[in-house]
Design a protein around this ligand. Structure first.
Ligand code: NDP
Ligand code: OXD
Length: 309
């Protein structure tokens, strides 16, 4: 069995030994040196070129290097009969929880305002509320949203989360469906987006949603740029409806040089690095799923394209 690895962002020299270890000596080929197309049974990909997956006649499964699979769904020629497996691995989850907690604390403790004060050499205390009075809400209570929610609970925040189906997460007030969204937004001082990008969630972070948050709320978007309507976000920041935002993802990536988001005083921005897939734990996750399939068992974490994620 041969696995093809294709990613322009990841270092092959770190990934190859990890994959070889967890695929127990099976062959790993690296894009673009694909060799005989009919040898490839598994593909582990990040942004595959359109039509490429369809050109592999003996492909059995498509693994996404990342948790999001919008980069695979975007290929209209994707072989629809094959399972697409999203990345679920502890390194990616831990990294996202670190980032979300860091940014929640950043807004909770007024770090942007203190940065501005420091630039003006102003020594002034800003009043602080305790964590239990800070209402943090998470759009998306999946693998990543639940892990971040649990850690925020440990910090003492008043945490809520929203999903498509009902959920129970200890210490977290769980909402679902449209009515649940309205209720949750009205109690969100800090709103975190950890949704997958689907037709149902595209553009969800828009003027209408911002208007339903308490005035002066903060937004942290670590989902996808397609979730946010950037002109609405800028208008909400200008009007004070939103006080601050952390953006890790953007409508267009890389963010164009002339975007007003780069140097906006109320925005913390990072270049789509909130979390990264960690080669060793990710290769183990892929290896376990390949072994399941080779034993004739169904793989784990298969995407349901009916619901879009
Ligand atoms: P999961 O599939 O585990 O969870 C998705 C969650 O979103 C689920 O709780 C799901 O509800 C909910 N959801 C989906 N659609 C809707 C909807 N229409 N209405 C309400 N809730 C909805 O995904 P992960 O947690 O693994 O990943 C989430 C996303 O995070 C990824 O798709 C990716 O876009 C982003 N990401 C970003 C990274 C970065 O560096 N910026 C890194 C990694 C991921 P239900 O539970 O009912 O199914
Ligand atoms: C992912 C990402 O989906 O890094 O894993 O964006």
């Amino acid at each position: 069995m041969t696995l093809l690895f294709k990613s322009d962002l990841d270092r092959y020299d770190i990934w190859v030994p990890a994959l070889e270890k967890h695929l127990q000596g099976r062959e790993v080929r690296l894009w673009p040196d694909v060799g005989e197309l009919s040898d490839i049974e598994y593909a582990l990909v990040w942004h595959p070129p359109q039509g490429f997956l369809a050109s592999l006649p003996n492909l059995k499964a498509i693994f996404s290097v990342g948790a999001g699979v919008d980069h695979i769904a975007a290929d209209p020629e994707r072989p629809k009969h094959l399972p697409v497996i999203r990345m679920v691995e502890e390194g990616l989850t831990a990294g996202m929880t670190e980032f979300v907690v860091m940014q929640v604390l950043h807004h909770h403790r007024h770090m942007l305002a203190y940065r501005r004060q420091a630039e003006e050499r102003v020594w002034r205390e800003i009043s602080q509320v305790p964590a239990h009075q800070r209402r943090v809400s998470i759009l998306g209570l999946g693998v990543l949203g639940q892990d971040a929610a649990r850690m925020l609970v440990r910090f003492g925040f008043d945490v809520a989360g929203w999903s498509r189906s009902p959920k129970q997460v200890e210490g977290v007030t769980c909402y679902h469906g449209q009515q649940g969204l309205d209720e949750m937004l009205s109690r969100s001082d800090i709103l975190v987006c950890l949704l997958p990008l689907t037709p149902a969630t595209e553009g969800i972070l828009n003027a209408d949603l911002f208007a339903r948050l308490p005035r002066g709320a903060c937004l942290i978007n670590v989902g996808r740029g397609g979730h946010q309507v950037e002109k609405d976000l800028l208008a909400a920041l200008d009007s004070g409806q939103l006080a601050e935002a952390t953006l890790d993802v953007f409508e267009e990536e890389p963010l164009p040089a002339d975007s007003p988001l780069w140097q906006h005083p109320q925005i913390v921005m990072t270049p789509h690095v909130a979390s990264m897939t960690m080669p060793d734990t990710a290769a183990r996750s892929v290896g376990e799923n390949v072994a399941r399939m080779e034993r004739g068992e169904a793989p784990l974490n298969v995407v349901d394209f009916e619901r879009g994620y």
